[in-house]
Design a protein around this ligand. Structure first.
Ligand code: C2O
Length: 575
């Protein structure tokens, strides 16, 4: 570039004009979508009661963003609510635009009540179903919506174009203010109250009180194929999803295509999306669409209700009779059916051979799990209502993550502000133990810290996420910001590098942004650190983030011109 510049200098003016035109031509097809997101309290009636609910533009769920790959977005978020807020574009790679990623105190300080911030980013090489959600306290319980990325103009899906597309946003509803629920739990140290309903597109469905009239219906014509874009936007619960008597053909997950396969049930952890094709090949009638918990933690309380919608055939015979008949019932696996959950996640394959990194520069092992803190001295019994007078906590590699409060991690990194974080997050558990066995009580209490793990630009990373059975083992949906990764293997028990590496799929593993780490098990992921910035890695069960089940990667700039984090936008909220 340097040599080129010096040659071009005398012609710089003309060259500039040429660039302008070239740019305009290049950008001719790319669209910038401009939206206003007004975050505000809105009365929402569910389960017989009305709550002043935090929404975007008064909509629950929030507005759907529909774009094409290559498009840019400019979303001005205006905070008219009484809480701090940020919005995260879950699964968007945000190449070099970490400032638009959204997690509070990680890539930005919160947007205070009365303030605003414009998120600017471009979709680069992603197609499929993603979503957006608040990333501040538990606001995402009601502040979320879909982000659908169609192929570039002129390209198509790798499967026959479906006649219809239907969005299915699975959610979780508290008959209370979710912010009060988490505040209460933070005071008591106990587990927060479980939700009162699951929802499909914001509606609990006809199995709940005061809800049957609003049950969502999905119309279909006999014979046609419908693409269901299923998103688990529930706060704290993995969900099984099914449609009565219909086969689901899985074609994508987390905005990456998959080798198609059919199944009657899918499982999604919070954060995950799955695209399925469904053909209306059954006798015209009404069929239940249903979701309920996959709850893997033994003995832990969970919301054991079922949300429903109705797949309704629109043929003549049906419009006259169907709406009065009871829908055909759907069968879902038992809440603790780990075999079904595992059978689903281990069947996912990329459509063809993918470039999985093979020579690994960073070989990491992170434990993920819960913990119990002894009642701190000076605290009262009210503050220690966890098991045997403790307080719940959670950690990765024995570090319970604490968010900073005076600067975001990204600002501290970019401006070299010291004392906000330390770059000594351990590459392996500081103490080796039988992670999924009977763990000694002396290992139940993690340290607290704001620690990041530093990665050189371009390093090839293998990360094994190892579940622990500290207090109780359970499935953890672990989400990495700013990246997609390949899940090369998962298994039960403790990861064994001698034996388990042989099972790695380095040919066609699925690419995702959220991995389900099996209960009492592990998942191995690989990615290339080609996106500079600070990227949050956390359990997508919000109750676990609250307890500290998180860490962040600091990915250094590369040397190339397009390998550095962009400068921060002028309206970036500061602390
Ligand atoms: Cu969808 Cu950090 O989250």
């Amino acid at each position: 570039m340097e040599t080129f510049k010096s040659i071009a200098k005398p012609f710089s003016f003309l060259f500039g004009i040429f660039l302008l035109f070239a740019n305009a031509m290049f950008l001719a097809n790319a669209i910038t979508h401009i939206h206003d997101f007004v975050v505000q309290a809105t009365p929402v009636k569910r389960l017989c009661n009305t709550h002043n609910t935090i929404t975007v533009n008064g909509q629950y769920p929030g507005p759907t963003l529909e774009v094409n790959d290559g498009d840019s977005l400019e979303i001005k978020v205006v905070n008219k609510a009484q809480y701090n807020v940020t919005i995260h574009w879950h699964g968007i790679r945000q190449m070099r635009t970490g400032w638009a990623d959204g997690p509070e105190f990680v890539t930005q300080c919160p947007i205070r009540p009365g303030e605003s911030y414009t998120y600017r980013f471009t979709i680069q090489g992603q197609e499929g179903t993603l979503w957006w959600h608040a990333h501040s306290s538990w606001l995402r319980a009601t502040v979320y919506g879909a982000l659908i990325i169609h192929p570039k103009e002129g390209s198509s899906y790798p499967f026959a174009k479906p006649s219809r597309e239907t969005l299915i946003l699975l959610g979780e509803w508290w008959d209370a203010n979710p912010i009060d629920v988490v505040r209460q739990a933070t005071i008591t140290g106990a587990t927060p109250n479980v939700s009162d309903a699951y929802t499909i597109n914001g509606q609990p469905g006809d199995l709940y009180k005061c809800s049957s009239k609003e049950t969502v219906t999905v119309p279909v014509n006999s014979g046609e194929t419908n693409l269901l874009r299923v998103i688990n936007s529930a706060l704290n619960q993995q969900l099984f999803f099914t449609v009565a008597n219909h086969k689901l053909t899985v074609v994508g997950a987390d905005a990456a295509y998959l080798k198609p396969f059919t199944t009657s049930v899918i499982m999604l952890g919070p954060g995950q999306t799955t695209d399925v094709l469904i053909t209306a090949d059954q006798p015209p009638a009404r069929y239940y669409i249903a979701a309920r918990a996959y709850a893997s933690a033994q003995g832990a309380p969970f919301d054991n209700t079922t949300t429903t919608a109705i797949l309704e055939y629109k043929t003549a015979s049906c419009t006259t009779k169907c709406s009065t008949t009871t829908p055909v019932s759907a069968s879902l696996p038992a809440y603790n059916d780990t075999a079904t959950a595992t059978a689903f996640t281990t069947t996912l394959r990329s459509p063809k051979k993918v470039p999985v990194p093979t020579d690994i520069d960073e070989n990491l092992l992170f434990t993920v799990g819960l913990g119990l803190n002894k009642c701190p001295s000076g605290a009262s019994a009210q503050n220690c209502q966890g098991p045997n007078g403790t307080r719940f906590t959670a950690s990765m590699n024995n570090v319970s993550f604490v968010l900073p409060s005076s600067f975001s991690l990204l600002q501290a990194h970019q401006q070299g502000i010291r004392g906000v974080f330390s770059a000594d997050f351990p590459a392996a558990p500081p103490v080796k133990f039988d992670y999924t066995g009977n763990v000694s009580r002396s290992l139940w209490q993690p340290a607290t810290g704001t620690k990041v793990y530093r990665l050189k630009y371009g390093s090839r990373v293998q990360l094994v996420l190892q579940g622990t059975s500290i207090f109780t083992a359970e499935n953890h949906p672990i989400h990495l910001h700013g990246y997609d990764f390949y899940i090369v293997a998962e298994g039960f028990g403790n990861f064994n590098p001698q034996k388990d590496t042989a099972k790695f799929n380095l040919v066609d593993p699925p690419m995702r942004n959220t991995a389900s780490v099996p209960v009492k098990g592990w998942a191995a992921i690989r990615f290339v650190a080609d996106n500079p910035g600070i990227w949050f890695l956390h359990c997508h069960l919000d109750v676990h983030i609250t307890w500290g089940l998180a860490m962040a990667f600091l990915v250094e700039d590369g040397v190339g011109e397009l390998q550095a984090l962009q400068p921060p936008p002028e309206d970036l909220p500061l602390c």
